[in-house]
Ligand binder design. Structure first.
Ligand SMILES: [Zn+2]
Length: 197
């Protein structure tokens, strides 16, 4: 299952100008480190290429381990993509991070599969380009499902929480296959492909 891990980890080892982590409250200045130019360029391409209204959810199933990784344009979540300029905007980011880290989760696999969240992290990531600034929220859930054979569908509160979000492009990968699903905001749940069972 090396490939899955590389695929999922690949997007999270990026270097950003500013990362507001759900873990830390650090307010240190983010001096631009010019040694990191190449990573910036890579990440800028990713954020520039995001489409407002469209999030990406990667789901990897490996036995009882299920990892979900969400990338959402910040515009969909908080309505702006620049660094916070005042307290109200800082609070908006903090509130979004805590909603994305709700202990119950915001994506709910079939209850019969008996999944629980082991780890959850959320970050607000900014990339300031020469002409445009984009930013996004990056959320990871690591779950254990005691009966993964009964993972048949996935529900979400994401579209209710963040009405500017219109669609999630879901990519599911397991040892026995991979699939993509377009999750429109009017769909309360999606059916998961049978190959993950
Ligand atoms: Zn953007």
């Amino acid at each position: 299952m090396k490939n899955i891990h590389r695929l999922l980890i690949g997007t999270s080892i990026a270097c950003f100008c500013g990362v507001y982590s759900g873990y830390a409250e650090d307010n240190h200045d983010h001096d631009h480190d010019h040694d990191h130019h190449s990573e910036h360029a890579t990440e800028k391409r990713q954020l520039d290429s995001h489409e407002h209204g469209v999030s990406i959810l990667k789901i990897a199933v490996e036995g009882q381990n299920v990892q979900m990784e969400l990338e959402s344009p910040a515009n969909d979540i908080i309505g702006f993509e620049h660094a916070p300029k005042n307290n109200k905007q800082k609070v908006a980011i903090e509130n979004a991070l805590s909603e994305l880290q709700d202990a119950a989760g915001i994506f709910f696999p079939s209850s019969e599969a008996n999944c629980k969240i082991d780890e959850n992290s959320a970050e607000f990531e900014i990339e300031e380009g020469h002409s445009e600034t984009h930013s996004g929220f990056h959320v990871i859930w690591k779950m254990t499902c005691s009966d993964p054979k009964r993972l048949t569908n996935l529900e979400t509160t994401f579209f209710e929480l963040f009405p500017k979000a219109k669609e999630i492009e879901v990519e599911i990968i397991s040892e026995s296959g991979q699939n993509a699903i377009e999750w429109e905001s009017d769909m309360k749940k999606i059916k998961l492909p049978t190959f993950i069972k």
